[in-house]
Design a protein around this ligand. Structure first.
Ligand SMILES: Nc1ncnc2c1ncn2[C@@H]1O[C@H](COP(=O)(O)OP(=O)(O)OP(=O)(O)O)[C@@H](O)[C@H]1O
Ligand SMILES: O=P(O)(O)OC[C@H]1O[C@H](OP(=O)(O)OP(=O)(O)O)[C@H](O)[C@@H]1O
Ligand SMILES: [Mg+2]
Length: 299
């Protein structure tokens, strides 16, 4: 493959998604030569280049075909799509997968001292946000006549600074709202990071590489959600023990040296075992219960 035939993936250079994106690429088996400050990182083992940019630029780079793939928050993707649609510009992407990081919600908030408010309070108000198009869509749907004040950062200080009456900002733990004396209202959008592709991509080699990476991505996700469970269970209680174990796969049973009453049970569970379930297993006579992480999976 020549240099311009290398699959180009856009990720956030520095911010909330960067570490998770780099970790994901590593788990997919993409080795990168990442040096700080470099815009482009070349993979040393696959025909892949990683572009490290501001997250706001990622959807546009993929829509315009400058990059073939991108990892970005659904919030930024939706805002860019709405903005482009309002300008009659091309705004299509293929959403290949929702990822299990970057969870946050876009929510309304207002000064705590005003107490709980319903939607009618927003009538005629100014709402500061980095997501004016998503906000405008919500206001339109709800029939609220309020205006969006665009701010690219520090949205949470806008009411105190007299720039707006309320805000529409990303919330994860709620600590930022609390620290700024704001009360949370309606959630407008729930967001995760997602993997997007340029829908016009037609290079066969690149498409073949994406087809190779997608099952790996599925395997990484499944492995994260699964646990390998090992325990010793009394033969007489096997049915009850199995009923307590999450997941539908058949367990492996192995005989235990020197014991006729007990067997070793191994299984891949679709979720982790809670302490409560482990206590119930113990109460049934199970012992030596081990719950272990799985690194990779392939069906
Ligand atoms: N508190 C949070 N917890 C989890 N994910 C978040 C949180 N805040 C934002 N995100 C997600 O991470 C993305 C990037 O957030 P970040 O704050 O790093 O963006 P930024 O300041 O706009 O960075 P950039 O310099 O790349 O423009 C957001 O668009 C959102 O999808
Ligand atoms: O509910 P919380 O857990 O407090 O998270 C919410 C905050 O996280 C994000 O900002 P970030 O901390 O990434 O910094 P930024 O504003 O500089 O982008 C977001 O813009 C909120 O301000
Ligand atoms: Mg940004």
């Amino acid at each position: 493959m020549s240099t311009n035939n290398r699959l180009r993936i856009a990720i956030q250079k520095s911010g909330r998604l960067s570490k998770d994106c780099q970790e994901l690429l590593k788990q997919l088996g993409v080795k990168l030569n990442l040096r700080e400050q470099r815009l482009i990182a070349h993979s040393t083992n696959m025909p892949i280049d990683v572009l490290r940019v501001r997250d706001d630029d990622i959807p546009g780079l993929v829509m315009d075909g400058v990059c073939d793939l991108g990892i970005v928050g659904e919030n930024v993707l939706e805002e860019t799509q709405a903005e482009r649609q309002s300008l009659n510009q091309y705004s299509e992407v293929l959403k290949l997968s929702k990822l299990d990081f970057g969870y946050c919600r876009l929510a309304l908030a207002w000064p705590q001292e005003l107490g709980p408010q319903d939607k009618s309070w927003f009538e005629g108000k100014r709402i500061a946000t980095t997501y004016p198009e998503i906000l405008k869509g919500y206001l339109k749907r709800e029939g609220i006549n309020a205006s969006a004040v665009m701010l690219t950062g520090s949205v949470e200080v806008a009411p105190r600074a007299g720039l707006a009456d309320a805000i529409c900002d990303l919330v994860s733990t709620g600590a930022t709202l609390e620290a700024n004396g704001l009360m949370q209202g309606d959630t407008i959008l729930e967001s995760n990071a997602c993997l997007i592709q340029n829908p016009k991509l037609n290079d066969e080699d690149k498409l073949a590489l994406i087809n190779k990476l997608m099952p790996r991505l599925k395997g990484v996700k499944q492995a994260k959600e699964s646990k390998y469970i090992m325990l010793h269970a009394p033969k007489a209680k096997l049915t009850e023990v199995c009923e307590l174990l999450p997941g539908t796969g058949q367990p492996t049973l192995l005989s235990l040296a020197g014991s006729d009453d007990y067997v070793a049970l191994h299984m891949v569970s679709s979720e982790t075992l809670f302490w409560e379930t482990m206590e119930e297993l113990k109460a049934l006579g199970a012992n030596s219960i081990l719950v272990m992480p799985i690194e990779k999976m392939m069906e």
